[in-house]
Design a protein around this ligand. Structure first.
Ligand code: 6R9
Length: 652
């Protein structure tokens, strides 16, 4: 580490010298991408193989009433051919996907690009055989098995649009999504195996399709071999169908602007929105960010621990890495099975070079102690990444010191389902990091901070407000499936001529961005605006605290009071003394204004299955209004809610 202000971590000279971009290169490329996006993206679009090369690059408008986003729109290509076929001549025998099964006693699979080509082509022909054609929708409800990747690429190959529903979602949620996109086929498995437990997926599918969808066919992968209820004439085993079709399936010529996939994501209100991503722009951007953000080099082993049911899995397990000819790991299991060392065991076993996970996983593993990490050889790791929520400095430091041994740059990547790829992120060889900051924009991204009420852009370097993006980038979502009006209303109407992210953000005097959380998570205490993440971060910095979630609740005098839910480290006992200690601690970390008014001991926090804390539920409980909790079916463990209600601090 070289000369640098306290609290920042500059890339080592070695990293800077060998990376795709050092600081000067980043600055030069960034300036070029903003000053002349046409030329910049015109050049970088060539990283893909085009059937008919584009002559137009950027054709985008954020204008009220006329939001229209098109990139490379007169070009044609196929995503599956870009992720597979074009690599066959040079790397057909290279591993494309390492599949690590749930149980460490079962063997990992090394799927070469040649095998990926065969399996994808077979599945593509099976889908055709089942009547799926260009533009049709196919829902995937699959565990983390190789067939999930084959299915995505098979859809892309024949121009069908996939919509993945996370396999942890309920039958009800699945049915709603099948209905919303009017899917022709659901691809699923008999069962899923995760954390040593087996669940029956086919039952959920049957339940989802029971009444209203007796036309929807189902393609089944055999994973667990368990008993399932068969629907005659509608259900097909993949392995039987594969026998009937050829392994040769030409890739369909698609327009750059044809939809590649739909992914439903929940907003702050109402029904989940079907986020639509494109073929050309999405793949250019997913591939480029995978290469630059993680400083991926040929031959590296890349592991993103997300599930393909989330956008992170789409862009950084499948599309980005495979477009780059990378070796990408797909993990069926969970971080704590058979024990809390599993991530690190897998890193050692497959000699992982870039490791990408979520802060919630880091905090959970941190609470289990360092021994689970230190007993493994992690010396192949070069870059560590995080995504999904702000990372508190405590977790950042643990990740840096214990996992990275101080040698691995941490890339804190801020982005959204809607953005397709990273928008704010350090580059390992270019950006000095600061714990908790997603640092600087990726190429082509113009973040702006607006004064929330007036919508005026704040031009001072140091600023705080809502985060918007001033101009389009190639992987921006194109529309909400079937509802372009909702697209405009959600993202372009509160602040005209900008893309509104829904996140609050601070920019420091160095121009670094610090996400403060969703705007609806910002609380206002006695006229002071405070990010709940700030208070959480302070709490988690205390040695006895494993995790904390903070929400606002109505307070007679202050407007909003601070309500903190605190999960203690293993072996720590709640006590009044400890409560006082934490209050004093937060006062001293941030100031008296941040002292929680109410602090509840929470053995567990309500989380979505992707690990996001459901603050909506915590707010309701804090408001003593738990009769109206809304839908809790998407929680990883709905039972934690009962305990929180029982022991709430704000009983009338
Ligand atoms: C990729 C993904 C998007 C929301 C986003 C923000 C939060 C994601 C973050 C982060 C702080 C980061 N978020 N990454 N907050 N630092 N590095 O997570 O997509 O599920 O759509 O969530 O997640 O609030 O607006 P998605």
């Amino acid at each position: 580490m070289t000369d640098q202000p306290a609290g920042t971590y500059a890339p080592s000279a070695d990293m800077a010298a060998n990376a795709h971009a050092d600081k000067a290169t980043y600055e030069k490329m960034y300036a070029a991408s903003i000053n002349d996006p046409e030329t910049f993206w015109g050049e970088h679009g060539k990283r893909l193989d085009w059937i008919k090369p584009y002559t137009r690059v950027k054709n985008t408008s954020f204008a009220p009433g006329n939001v229209d986003i098109k990139w490379f729109d007169d070009g044609t290509l196929n995503v599956s051919a870009n992720c597979i076929d074009r690599h066959l001549a040079t790397r057909g025998d290279q591993t494309a996907i390492i599949w690590e099964p749930d149980s460490p006693d079962d063997e990992a699979l090394h799927i070469t690009y040649n095998m990926l080509h065969e399996k994808t082509s077979l599945m593509a022909n099976v889908l055709k055989e089942m009547g799926v054609g260009k533009g049709d929708r196919v829902v995937l409800y699959l565990p983390m098995i190789p067939e999930a990747a084959y299915a995505m690429l098979a859809c892309a190959r024949i121009g069908a649009i996939h919509s993945i529903v996370f396999a942890g979602f309920s039958a009800e949620a699945l049915g709603a999504r099948v209905n919303a996109c009017d899917a022709k086929v659901v691809i699923t498995a008999d069962g899923a195996q995760r954390g040593g437990r087996v669940t029956n997926l086919k039952d959920s599918v049957n339940q989802a399709l029971l009444n209203d969808f007796d036309e929807v066919k189902c393609l089944l992968v055999k994973r667990t071999g368990q008993q399932i209820a068969w629907r005659d004439g509608l259900d097909y085993w993949l392995h039987e169908m594969e026998e009937k079709v050829s392994a040769d399936c030409p890739a369909e010529e698609m327009s750059a602007e044809d939809p590649l996939f739909i992914l439903y994501t929940s907003g702050s209100t109402g029904q989940p929105k079907g986020v639509v991503h494109s073929t050309g722009g999405y793949l250019v951007y997913a591939a480029m960010t995978q290469q630059y953000t993680f400083d991926y080099h040929d031959g590296d082993i890349f592991w993103c621990t997300a599930d393909v049911g989330w956008v992170t899995g789409h862009s950084y397990i499948v599309y980005g890495p495979l477009a780059n000819g990378a070796t990408t790991i797909m993990f069926e299991g969970v971080p704590t099975y058979p024990d809390a060392g599993r991530f690190w065991a897998v890193c050692e076993k497959h000699k992982v070079n870039q490791f990408y996970t979520a802060p919630t996983a880091i905090r959970a593993l941190m609470a289990q102690g360092n021994d689970y990490v230190t007993k493994y050889d992690l010396s192949d790791i070069k870059v560590l990444g995080t995504v999904g929520e702000p990372i508190n400095p405590e977790a950042w430091n643990w990740y840096n010191d214990i996992v990275g041994k101080g040698n691995c740059p941490i890339v804190d990547t801020w982005w959204q389902t809607e953005t397709g790829g990273h928008l704010l992120t350090p580059l390992p060889g270019a950006t000095a990091t600061k714990p908790g900051s997603a640092t600087l924009p990726f190429f082509g991204i113009q973040p702006v901070i607006l004064e929330p009420t007036s919508g005026e852009e704040i031009h001072d370097t140091a600023a705080e407000g809502v985060l918007c993006i001033k101009d389009s980038w190639p992987a921006q979502m194109r529309t909400v499936w079937g509802d372009h009006e909702r697209f405009e209303k959600t993202y372009f109407s509160d602040y005209k001529n900008y893309y509104f992210t829904g996140d609050g953000c601070k920019r420091d005097e160095d121009g670094y961005y610090w996400i403060t959380g969703r705007v609806d998570d910002v609380i206002n205490v006695s006229g002071h605006r405070m990010g709940t993440a700030e208070v959480e971060s302070a709490l988690v910095a205390h040695a006895k605290v494993a995790e904390a979630a903070v929400v606002g609740y109505p307070h007679d005098i202050k407007g909003q009071g601070i309500y903190a839910y605190v999960t203690l480290m293993n072996g720590e006992e709640p006590s009044d003394e400890l409560r006082k200690e934490l209050e004093v601690w937060v006062r001293s970390e941030i100031g008296p204004i941040a002292k929680p008014d109410l602090l509840q001991w929470a053995p567990g926090l309500p989380k979505t299955r992707s690990g996001k804390i459901m603050r909506r539920i915590l707010r309701k409980i804090a408001e003593d209004d738990f009769g109206a909790l809304g839908d809790t079916s998407t929680l990883a463990d709905p039972s934690v809610v009962d305990d929180l209600i029982e022991n709430r601090m704000n009983k009338a």
